[in-house]
Each structure stands twice: as structure tokens, then as C-alpha cells.
Design a protein around this ligand. Structure first.
Ligand SMILES: CC(C)(COP(=O)(O)OP(=O)(O)OC[C@H]1O[C@@H](n2cnc3c(N)ncnc32)[C@H](O)[C@@H]1OP(=O)(O)O)[C@@H](O)C(=O)NCCC(=O)NCCS
Length: 160
């Protein structure tokens, strides 16, 4: 299914900022299972937002924030740092729309190498691969889960 084509008309993307931190944390807390240690803290998010090349994109449904993507572009490289959609809003195309927008924004800024890291086993991998990302590496024991177990991160890249 092409979710971007089928998305509800009320689903809109917009540039976010520090004023959106409450929504970012609400969505992140809801979307990321706490057991895997993938979510960022509020201070991590607040700290990275003002840095050069960092962009936050919010997905609103009927003026309610349901998702976001955080990215950083440096020179010709762009990294998707975080993406999340609140559980109640998942499966309606917001995630794909945010990934496609990340790709479009990165290319518009001249990035030729797009990359991201995701926990091995995260079902988001299929979303990234369907957008053209391919596996390029692995960081062993990158994520520390609540139970102390370690999970690998897979690096995915999209090179034009
Ligand atoms: C990953 C995530 C952002 C996807 O958001 P979403 O709004 O549900 O995604 P979409 O509705 O646009 O679906 C995109 C595609 O991925 C697939 N997909 C989404 N979630 C899936 C899941 N849990 N299992 C399998 N496939 C999934 C959909 O089938 C869809 O494919 P299609 O377009 O061919 O039908 C969302 O599941 C999420 O917030 N997960 C928790 C946070 C996370 O792990 N983020 C990634 C690491 S930073």
C-alpha cells in the first residue's frame, strides 16, 4: 500500500521546535516500549534541538500531534535520529510520511548519504527498507534494555 497516497487529508507535517517538546516526550513515552532503552530523555532532546543542522518535524492529525521525526544534516550526510508515532495513530501512514519527508528534506539540503540506527528486531526496519534503506553495519550491544540485556543496533543507509 502506498500510505502517503492513502493518508487522511487531516494528516499534516510541519516544522517543530522547543515548543513541541511536551508532545515529543508524550509521543516518545507512548511509542517506544520501555524495555529496550531506545527512547531519549527530555534533556537529550532539548539539548540537540538548537544544534546546527538539527530539524524536528511534527505530524499533526486534526491539529493533534501524533508523531515526530528528528534529523541532523552535516555536510553531505543526513541522519534520522528518532522517529515515533503514538500508538493510537500508528498504521495510518504517518510513519511512512515522516520517513519520506526526511528523505526529501535531506536531499533538498544536498545530502547524498542518508543513514540511521535502529535496534535489531525493531519492526520499523521493514518501513525503512521499503523506503530504500539497506543494511550497512551493526553496532554490537548498542542498546541497554531495562532488564540489563543488550541489543545490537543495525545501521541502514540510503545512498543516491
Ligand atoms: C515505526 C513507526 C514510527 C511507524 O509509524 P506508523 O505510523 O505506524 O507507520 P505507517 O502507518 O506509515 O506504516 C509504514 C509501513 O510500515 C509498516 N509497519 C508499521 N509498523 C509496523 C509494525 N509494527 N510491524 C510491521 N510493519 C509495520 C506498515 O505496514 C507500513 O507498510 P505499508 O505502507 O507498506 O503498508 C511506529 O511504529 C513507532 O512509533 N514505533 C515505535 C518507535 C520506534 O521504534 N521508532 C523507530 C526507531 S527510532
Amino acid at each position: 500500500m502506498n500510505a502517503a497516497r492513502a493518508r487522511p487529508a487531516e494528516l499534516r507535517l510541519r516544522a517543530g521546535g522547543a515548543d513541541d517538546l511536551d508532545d515529543v516526550m508524550r509521543i516518545m513515552t507512548d511509542a517506544f516500549p520501555p524495555c529496550f532503552g531506545e527512547a531519549w530523555t527530555r534533556s537529550q532532546c532539548a539539548g540537540i534541538l538548537p544544534l546546527a543542522g538539527v530539524s524536528l518535524t511534527m505530524a499533526d492529525h486534526d491539529q493533534h500531534a501524533i508523531g515526530f521525526a528528528l534529523a541532523r544534516t552535516i555536510m553531505d550526510e543526513s541522519e534520522l535520529l528518532l522517529i515515533a508515532v503514538e500508538v493510537a495513530g500508528q498504521g495510518q501512514g504517518a510513519g511512512r510520511l515522516l520517513v519520506e519527508d526526511f528523505i526529501a528534506q535531506a536531499r533538498a539540503q544536498g545530502a547524498s548519504r542518508l543513514h540511521l540506527e535502529v535496534r535489531d528486531g525493531n519492526s520499523a526496519v521493514s518501513l525503512y527498507q521499503s523506503a530504500g534503506f539497506v543494511p550497512a553495519g551493526r553496532r554490537r550491544a548498542y542498546y541497554k534494555a531495562a532488564d540489563g540485556r543488550r541489543h545490537d543496533a543495525v545501521t541502514l543507509v540510503l545512498v543516491r
